[in-house]
Design a protein around this ligand. Structure first.
Ligand code: AMP
Length: 181
């Protein structure tokens, strides 16, 4: 049994100022992932957030969402669906464009990644503006499924991602928050 509180999750996250560009405080979870207590506190925390909802599948956003989402799926006894950057998936795909600070990007899922009506739990390491997660929600709607909740290790509340997803009817949960960008 892990006796750590959720607040301790923040202590495993390494902050790198001005990466990848000036003004950004990069919240690096590699230090959390490589620590057995940190990793298990994160997975235990994400699993505990969702005891009350029944999901059919867990989805993770490339690339850090794969590590967390895969472990959460295993713990919940569910399968895992990768949300990938454009051009990586080998079969037929749904694609969704989303805005970056400069320009746009595209995420994809296989058209048969979920069955019609399936409930999806979406996992990523961090929510900032919510643009990436919003694109993932739209992808699952195209495929006939529905993201019922989106969970993150880290939330940056000042960037409004929570409000953006909640406006789409998605429950948003996170294990910790940091000020700023
Ligand atoms: P957004 O679409 O704005 O919510 O950005 C979320 C994605 O960008 C996630 O996949 C994060 O891993 C990454 N990201 C955005 N801001 C940060 C940050 N300050 N530190 C680390 N990763 C970030």
């Amino acid at each position: 049994m892990n006796a750590r509180t959720l607040k301790d999750i923040r202590d495993y996250v390494r902050t790198i100022p001005d990466y990848p560009k000036p003004g950004i405080m990069f919240r690096d979870i590699t230090t959390l992932l490589s620590d057995r207590d940190g990793f298990s506190a994160a997975i235990d925390g994400l699993v505990a957030l969702h005891g009350h909802v029944k999901f059919d599948v867990v989805a993770g956003i490339e690339a850090r969402g794969f590590i967390l989402g895969g472990a959460v799926a295993h713990r919940l006894g569910l399968g895992f669906v990768p949300v990938r950057k454009k051009g990586k998936l080998p079969w037929r795909t749904h694609a969704q464009e989303y805005d970056l600070e400069y320009g746009t990007d595209i995420v994809e899922i296989h058209t048969d990644a979920v069955l019609a009506g399936q409930n999806v739990l979406l996992i990523d390491d961090l929510i900032a503006t919510g643009g990436t997660a919003e694109a993932a929600v739209k992808l699952f709607r195209l495929a006939g499924g529905e993201v019922r909740a989106a969970s993150f290790v880290i939330e940056l509340p000042e960037l409004g991602g929570r409000e953006r997803l909640e406006a789409m009817g998605i429950e948003v949960l996170s294990l910790c928050a940091f000020d700023g960008h």
